[in-house]
Design a protein around this ligand. Structure first.
Ligand code: FE2
Ligand code: FE2
Length: 445
């Protein structure tokens, strides 16, 4: 137990041993057993939010600490924001795991039983045992931070941002600029469609994750100080060997979640095996898919997707998001992963009446026509992409060579999606905050 390595912690342990475990029968405490609080842990070097279950009633808080200090506690306190200073805090605890190949711990606490559409505040801390009664004392540290749960129904518009291919450059400036612009839209959360920090699961590149989380913490905060949760999917640059189906014309290296240890340790969602669904109240299902990075497209994942979509026919907004595009705007339409997605997932999207899906990986901006069975159809799915949050953009395929494309630009961007009962309004903004595209998509019912 690493906590006990610290000399002051050892003193507390000695005091505990002296006083005995049965506090009810403990003799009067001597001066030697006075409270010796544990020192505060190192301040978190990263703090970010995600969800594992309904964002109406839960929140998952992740943070990182330097584990050379022997700190493994994962505990926080939270309460509704805006109350009196003396309002009681509730406590939640979780787990810690080593961030692979680094001296960091990744702490994960899921808070449950929250009220919908409510602003909360939370503070990290650690527990120590008070002598002589054995009470667990919470020692807060760091700043009080805020999050908001989502509404249970579309009683008000719900806005989120979506993008992929995020921290791809050597300078953090573009990522920070794009994040500030995204946060200024006051979104409830950010969908990230893979290629998040371009680490390729390489130990020597771990500092890119440090950069990513530092920039995210500093920039993905709304004007009123609310942290913006992240809902991620995996991309090829989360995986050792930069894996997707076709590299050089042949399936490469196999697929396994063990090839993406950073990704699966850093984010509780989607978690292993790498695909998952997040149901939001009665109106939104976010479907994170793995486009051949740690799971094959055909087989168990497609079987799971079929059942998942069939169970959600009543949900007005089913939003799949994944990395490699079915309908690319830079790479070849004949690419192996794209072919596999069109063969396996697109028919399921068509059957479920999916109105829009997010794709990435090509480092461009694109909007397809509504497509069903690969043909234009006003009741079909629009594929929105193609991942250019903060990477060097690429040339787009000419529209006459890719008739499924309605428009495409070589442009850094994020999508800003506003869900309402009858339609979703979609805007695209560039790093300066300029809106360069806007359209509406009716709900599927
Ligand atoms: Fe990328
Ligand atoms: Fe990619």
């Amino acid at each position: 137990m690493k906590t006990l390595r610290h000399p002051l912690a050892l003193l507390v342990l000695a005091c505990t041993a002296l006083s005995g475990a049965d506090t009810a029968s403990a003799p009067k405490q001597s001066a030697a057993t006075a409270v010796v609080p544990l020192p505060p842990p190192p301040l978190p070097v990263a703090v970010y939010l995600t969800w594992q279950r309904d964002p109406v009633t839960t929140m998952t808080v992740h943070w990182h600490t330097d584990w050379t200090e022997g700190f493994t506690d994962s505990v926080l306190e939270f309460r509704a924001a805006g109350g009196a200073a003396g309002d009681a805090w509730s406590r939640a605890s979780g787990r810690a795991a080593q961030m692979p190949f680094t001296n960091r711990m990744v702490h994960t606490v899921e808070i449950t039983g929250l009220r919908g559409d409510t602003l909360y505040e939370f503070r990290l801390g650690r527990l120590s045992t008070r002598e002589p009664d054995g009470a667990m004392l919470f020692q807060p540290h760091g700043t009080v931070q805020k999050f908001r749960t989502l509404p249970a129904t579309l009683s008000r518009p719900v806005r989120f941002v979506s993008g992929g291919d995020i921290y791809g450059g050597t300078s953090p400036d573009l990522m920070a600029t794009m994040c500030r612009t995204a946060a200024a839209q006051d979104p409830e959360f950010a969908l990230l469609g893979g290629d998040i920090a371009y680490v390729n699961n390489e130990p020597k590149a771990a500092s890119r994750w440090f950069d990513f989380f530092r920039i995210w913490r500093d920039t993905m905060v709304t004007k009123d100080g609310r942290m913006i949760p992240v809902v991620p999917a995996i991309g090829n640059h989360e995986v050792h060997g930069d894996t997707y189906l076709i590299r050089g014309g042949a399936p490469n290296r196999g697929v396994s979640s063990d090839r993406a240890l950073f990704f699966y340790t850093l984010f509780a969602f989607p978690g292993r095996p790498g695909y998952n669904v997040l149901d939001v109240g009665n109106y939104l299902s976010l479907v994170a898919l793995d486009s051949f990075h740690t799971n094959p497209v055909p087989g168990p994942q497609t079987d799971w997707l079929k059942g998942t979509l069939e169970q959600r026919r009543h949900v007005p907004y089913i939003v799949p998001f994944y990395h490699v595009p079915a309908y690319p705007s830079h790479r070849s339409f004949a690419g192996g992963t794209s072919v596999a997605i069109r063969a396996n997932w697109v028919p399921l999207f068509d059957a479920a009446g999916v109105r829009f899906a997010f794709e990435n990986h090509d480092h461009t901006y694109k909007v397809t026509h509504p497509l069903k069975g690969g043909e234009r159809n006003p009741t079909g799915t629009r594929y929105l992409g193609d991942g250019a949050w903060a990477v060097n953009t690429r040339a787009t395929t000419a529209l006459d060579q890719a008739p499924y494309l309605e428009r495409a630009h070589s442009k850094n961007h994020v999508f800003v999606v506003t869900l309402m009962a009858d339609r979703a309004d979609v805007a695209a903004i560039d790093p300066t905050g300029a809106e360069f595209d806007r359209f509406s998509i009716p709900t599927q019912r």
